[in-house]
Ligand binder design. Sequence first.
Ligand SMILES: Nc1ncnc2c1ncn2[C@@H]1O[C@H](COP(=O)(O)OP(=O)(O)O[C@H]2O[C@H](CO)[C@@H](O)[C@H](O)[C@H]2O)[C@@H](O)[C@H]1O
Length: 505
Amino acid sequence: MVTRKKSNSKPLQILFVASEVDGLVKTGGLADVAKSLPAALKELGHDVRVVMPLYRRVPNAAEAVELLDAELVASTQPQAVSYKVKQLHNGDVPVYTIDAPEYFDRPELYAENNEGYRDNGERFAFFSAAALDMCEKLGFQPDVVHCNDWHTGLVPFLLKTRYADDAFYANTQSVITIHNAVFKGTFNYDQYSLIPELIQKRYLQLEEGAANISMLKAGVAFADKVNAVSPNYAKELLTELGSHGMASDFLCRSDVLYGIVNGCDYGDWSPETDPYIKQRFKANKVSLARGKKACKRDLQQQVNLPLQDVPVYGMVCRLTEQKGIQYLLPILRDFLVNDVQLVLVGSGDPKLADALREVSDDFADKFAFIEAYDNPLAHCVEAGSDFFLMPSQFEPCGLNQIYSLAYGTLPIVRGVGGLKDTVIDYDATPQFATGFVFDAPTPEALLIKMQRSLLLYCQRPQEFKRLQQNAMACRFEWKDAAEQYLRMYQGEEETVLEKKQSENA
Ligand SMILES: Nc1ncnc2c1ncn2[C@@H]1O[C@H](COP(=O)(O)OP(=O)(O)O[C@H]2O[C@H](CO)[C@@H](O)[C@H](O)[C@H]2O)[C@@H](O)[C@H]1O
């Protein structure tokens, strides 16, 4: 058992640095966290401010209050880069937006037509440097700078180099949260002209090949603390198989590597209050049965499937290999032979979209593929489906399975990353089960679990309803996650290796 020092209760000043924030702009799960975690930390009495780029897609930008008109100076650049800091609010949390039109006034955040902007390295190197430059000029002295994924990986590096002897940051610690280590933010040296510290001295451990630097590696190597968005993903990051080629980077930091499961924003994702769904419902059996029935009909109507009383399987995701579409496609036609319907809402890789469209053309009365990013429809899929598919190749935490649990929609997931931490398998632990978990990364393993779920639905309806009750009783409160983050900031949380040791003791 590891003994920890007690926290002092002084409110912390926290700068939360993220490339997207739900409520302002979102492309994936990182944005959900960047909205909810700062709000939960603030609710616990801390002074939290978020900083993100001012993209063209940010609504209400015209209402933002200008706080600063500044210049970022780099000795290697002939000219300084001008930027403004404009303040918005996301709920109660102040959001500093970095307004630098040459970098961020574009139609999309990172990519157009599935192709990343060529200067993404320079854009986010600038963003990282500006986030720290801004604090000094605004006089906001953070105790914690909390970074997220590769876009912000240079922040910890700059704190340990450019700002190493700067009294302003003398008591500032940096944290980097890993939402997805498959994206390493690897760019050629020529994109780092704003960060001369990276060029004047060679950091071999940050290189990917002799010509490139990975911003994620910089974050992992230089942050005071590193955490993954679930304990199981943190453990996977220490292995060759689960670390996306970064095992040695994470092993080097295992003394400060933590795993904290994401929460669920029940203000947005609750069947009792959801404004997007046809009929709101509670966990009690009568309300659940009525609500599910109405929501299922509504979903069928919206996606053009026959209004039939059959089990509905839902899936909402970015179309990428990560989400396991490659396990679903080979068995989809076989599964659709059953009396079932499947709704998949997703956008991304055009090849995966073409393959899904082909199946939906052939099974138009059973499989609806909606190629879109559609938040209201995502809510209707959660509410109107009986089962939710997440057969991910890897999954740092996953949010949709947590949303599914809240709506009594049983998740069928692969036992990786946070999926393993959040779903209890029916076959392994029937009494406490909340869904289905399979291990092998194969279409067959997925098909077996989908067929198991179908049998449960058709042959043991009371048992199915019991599992729905188990699922809806699960709570993943952001308040609990925020308390864990605070313990991590304050050195009171167990690292992932210490936890493993305690469990084995
Ligand atoms: N087509 C679509 N239409 C509408 N909404 C859509 C959508 N596609 C995705 N979404 C929404 O985007 C979010 C996706 O969150 P996830 O956590 O499942 O995945 P993501 O891989 O983006 O996040 C990464 O970061 C998060 C946060 O830490 C980790 O949970 C995760 O494992 C990691 O891969 C959900 O809110 C979902 O509803």
